[in-house]
Structure formats: C-alpha cells, structure tokens
Design a binder for this molecule. Structure first.
Ligand code: 3HC
Length: 332
C-alpha cells in the first residue's frame, strides 16, 4: 500500500527525482508515465483529483439515468425471455452506477453530494440518454449502438491511471459485452423479420446513429479536457479516435443486418483503411447539454421522483446499520 505523500513503489526513482529537484507534480507525472497505478492514499495534483471526480461522477450519473430509456420497456417486452434479459441489463446499469459512485467516493467526495448535483441539474450525464425509445427496436438499437459505443470508450478506461476507476471498468466492460450482444440480437431478429419489423429496425438505426457518435464527446479541436486527461493517462485515446473506431466496427454490423446507416457521405477509404463519414450536428449536441433535448426534463423528473420515493429505504438501511454497528465502533 502506498503511504500518503511522495512514496512510490520504486523508492530509488523517487529519490532520483528528488535529487533532480523535481517537485511533487513532476514526481507524480513520472509515476503516471511509468504506468504506475495511482491509489486513493497517494499524493495527486488537485487538478487530477477534480478531473476524476468530474468524469467518474458524470459516468455514474449516466449509468443511473441510462436505466430509464430501456426501463420503460420492461413491462412491454414482447416475450418473457426478452423481459428477463432486459431486467438483467437494466439492473446491471444500476450496479455500474454503484461501482462508479464508490470509485468517486475514494477521491473524498460524498455520494449524497454527487446525487444532489445530478438532481439539481448541475451535473452532466451522457447526452445519449435524452432521447426517447418509442419502439421495441429502440431497445435493440440502444443495446447495439449505445452500449457498443460505451464499450469502445470504456475498454481503454480499464487502463486508466487511477486504480479504483480502472478496476471498476474491468467488471463493467464484461457486462457491457452482454448488453451489446442482446441489443444486436434484437436488431437481427427484426431485420430478418417481416417488412414492418425491418422498417422498425431501420427507423431505430436512423434515430440512434448520430446521437451515438455524439456520445464520444466534442471533436478533438473542441475538447477542453482531452489533452490534460491524456497526459494524466485518464484518457488513452482522443474523442475522435474512439469515434472512428466505433464507426469502423459498427458499419459492417449494419451491413450484415441489411440496414442503411443514415449518412449519405459514409464511404470506405482504402488509403485510410477506415470509413469517412459526414459532419456531426454539434448544435443538437450542445442543445442537449444545455438541457433542451427531447427527454432532458423527463429524465431528471424521473430521477427526482425515484430519489424521493426511495428515501424510506435509505433511512431504513442507515437505521439498521447504526443499530448493528459493532459495539467497539459505536463506543469510539
Ligand atoms: N454527454 C454529455 N456531456 C458531454 C459528452 C456527452 N456525450 N461528451 C462530452 N461532454 C462534456 C464533458 O463532460 C465536458 O463538460 P464539463 O467540463 O462540464 O464536464 C465537455 O463536454 C467537454 O468535453 P471533453 O471531451 O473535453 O470532456 P472529457 O474529456 O470528459 O470527455 C467523455 C468526455 C469522452 C464522455 C469522457 O468524460 C469519458 O470518457 N467519460 C467516461 C465514460 C462515460 O461517461 N460514458 C458515458 C456513457 S455511460 C454509458 O453509456 C453506460 C452504458 O451502460 C450504456
């Protein structure tokens, strides 16, 4: 376990850095550059801590709000099997939120404070969850595209320099793979079904394609955090790099479904061995970030209602914990 302060697993390096007159920031960056994991009790620049609190809490909020678009289909799933799969998936997302709030708490911020920031509208969550899911095909498109994009973004986070975040991501990514597969399987059944089902699948792809590309964040030229986050190895790839990986991976899947990606400029570029695609509507993205998306208000209202209705559960759990706290702890 690292002690508080500047100790590092390799004391010689710390001594060498001190001898070289490097300050704590330089020694910290040395550790990050050497691919060492930063743990909660290690010294870290305040900017690193604040960046992680910002990103991990937004990620956690996204997981919890992300339960809503599919959650409203649990009672309307077309079969018992689909209902059980969807319940498992939505429940997983709640668990991902719990891991991530726990990871954020290791940085000295309370879960209550983070949830208050979400419910008051101060905190961000992923833009993607502010779109409606009008048909069953949207549940398939969300699993296929949204969880597919999340996997693309979260696999590199398993190598994040901050230990608790990286470790939370390992388990999240395993479950995301199931999420993506079940969504793609829904799309496959519909795309190979009746003409009406095929049209429903195509309409859902038309609704979710561009918002899924926006999930990766603004373009690299407009991303205000990427450069520093990459120096700190919180981010391993830029927003545009991950977006490109997602497009290159997903277009062949749409082709296999016999569905058309809603981008007239999409074409394979042999020289770049990747797809060229059209311009993203950043006005739509920025409007959503300002709270003017199709479902922003509905999502926050649902979270506020759930939080209020769940107060008795939190009180009961805290009362039970207080009553059953080991005597020694109570006496202290
Ligand atoms: N939705 C909402 N806000 C976004 C956004 C999006 N899709 N993309 C970027 N932003 C915000 C950033 O938060 C930042 O605002 P802030 O300064 O107020 O926090 C601003 O736009 C500038 O963007 P940057 O690219 O500079 O910000 P980051 O370096 O933080 O990159 C990110 C954005 C790529 C989303 C990064 O934060 C990240 O990788 N986060 C972790 C993964 C995550 O949160 N994914 C969200 C979906 S979770 C999910 O899909 C669950 C699955 O189970 C379905």
């Amino acid at each position: 376990m690292y002690t508080q302060g500047l100790d590092a697993p390799d004391p010689e390096r710390a001594v060498a850095a001190t001898a070289a007159g490097a300050g704590p920031e330089a020694r910290f960056q040395e550790r990050v550059d050497a691919e060492e994991k930063i743990e909660p009790k290690d010294w870290m620049p305040e900017g690193y801590r604040q960046t992680l609190i910002r990103q991990i809490s937004q990620h956690a909020h996204s997981e919890i709000v992300g339960m809503l678009p599919e959650g409203n289909w649990i009672t309307r799933a077309p079969s018992l099997l689909r209902k059980t799969i969807l319940i498992a998936k939505v429940q997983d997302e709640g668990g991902h939120g719990a891991y991530l709030y726990s990871a954020a708490e290791t940085l000295g911020v309370s879960r209550e404070e983070l949830i208050e920031q979400l419910l008051s509208g101060k905190a961000k969550y992923s833009s993607i969850f502010n779109y409606p899911t009008p048909t069953w095909a949207d549940v398939g498109a969300v699993g296929w595209l949204v969880d597919g994009a999340a996997i693309m973004n979260q696999i590199p986070l398993c190598r994040c320099s901050y230990g608790p975040y990286a470790r939370a991501m390992v388990r999240v990514c395993r479950e995301e793979s199931f999420h993506q597969r079940q969504g793609y399987e829904i799309m496959l059944r519909l795309a190979k079904g009746t003409a009406g089902q095929r049209q429903m699948a195509q309409d859902a792809l038309d609704r979710w394609w561009w918002p899924s590309l926006m999930m990766f964040g603004p373009s690299d030229t407009d991303s205000k955090h990427s450069a520093q986050s990459m120096r700190w190895k919180i981010k391993r790839f830029s927003n545009d790099e991950l977006r490109q990986k997602f497009v290159d991976f997903t277009v062949p899947q749409a082709d296999y479904l016999g569905l058309k990606v809603p981008d007239p400029e999409l074409r394979w570029d042999e020289a770049a061995s990747g797809y060229r695609f059209g311009a993203i509507d950043w006005t739509e993205f920025n409007d959503i970030l300002k709270g003017h998306g199709p479902c922003n208000r509905e999502r926050l209202e649902a979270r506020r209602k759930a939080h209020a209705e769940g107060a008795w559960v939190r009180e009961a759990a805290l009362a039970y914990a207080a009553k059953h706290r080991p005597t020694a702890e109570r006496a202290a």
